[in-house]
Design a protein around this ligand. Structure first.
Ligand SMILES: Nc1nc2c(ncn2[C@@H]2O[C@H](COP(=O)(O)OP(=O)(O)O)[C@@H](O)[C@H]2O)c(=O)[nH]1
Ligand SMILES: [Mg+2]
Length: 203
């Protein structure tokens, strides 16, 4: 298997609208989930860089789509977190629009890393995202984040519960426990990203 060095990933650009994105070559994989689920932390963990994607204690800070280049024809994308309850409705709608547009229209998009806090998965917006995923037949890796917050026993139980629910909701998915803090789940994440890149590269 072709080994990708994720440590060399660098920030490429941000966009507030999908019409602003002029990069059309190669493929990209997007990280999606509620604000504060650990998207930026996961990207930093993956790339072994402390501040590549900004992590924030204030949820909802990342309002732009951020593109990071892994390889010349391979990008990862940090999507704005949806559904942060304390922000104004107008901003919320703008974000949702941006995310839905991205998921529906972005041609290089080949897969999603779908993050849900293990303690509170499958919330309202997660289900909306699942519907778009189904419609667009996007392959998904679900990460149950912040698994360090639960005991190993609780993690296993919660994993099984979410897996059983997703089985009826999604066709093409995999699921993994994840913690950026305790360094859990990184081999599966890399394996999945490598797999999608390889599929593109060999096509
Ligand atoms: N316990 C725990 N907290 C985490 C983990 N990853 C991120 N966090 C915390 O959750 C908050 C949101 O993380 P961030 O990566 O900015 O989430 P984002 O909004 O989805 O990009 C921050 O306070 C992080 O320190 C994790 O693996 N375990
Ligand atoms: Mg973030």
């Amino acid at each position: 298997m072709y080994i990708i060095n994720y440590n060399k990933t660098f920030f490429l650009k941000s966009a507030a609208k999908i019409s602003e994105i002029n990069i059309k070559h190669g493929i990209e994989i997007a990280f999606i989930g509620y604000s504060n689920t650990g998207k930026s932390s996961a990207i930093n963990f993956l790339t072994n860089q402390k501040k590549l994607a900004k992590c924030s204690k204030t949820p909802g800070r990342t309002q732009l789509i951020n593109f990071f280049q892994v390889l010349q024809d391979f990008r990862i994308v940090d999507l704005p977190g949806y559904g942060y309850s304390k922000c104004p409705v107008s901003i919320k709608l703008k974000w949702e629009n941006l995310i839905y547009n991205y998921l529906n229209k972005r041609k290089p998009l080949r897969g999603l890393i779908f993050l849900m806090d293990i303690r509170n998965p499958l919330k309202l917006h997660d289900k909306n995202i699942i519907n778009i995923i189904l419609k667009n037949k996007l392959p998904v890796l679900v990460l149950l984040t912040k698994c360090d917050k639960l005991t190993l026993g609780q993690q296993k139980i919660q994993f099984q519960i979410v897996y059983n629910k997703l089985k009826y909701l999604l066709n093409n998915f995999d699921i993994e426990l994840f913690s950026s803090f305790k360094k859990v789940g990184i081999s599966k994440l890399k394996y999945q990203l490598n797999f999608w890149y390889k599929k593109y590269y060999n096509s």
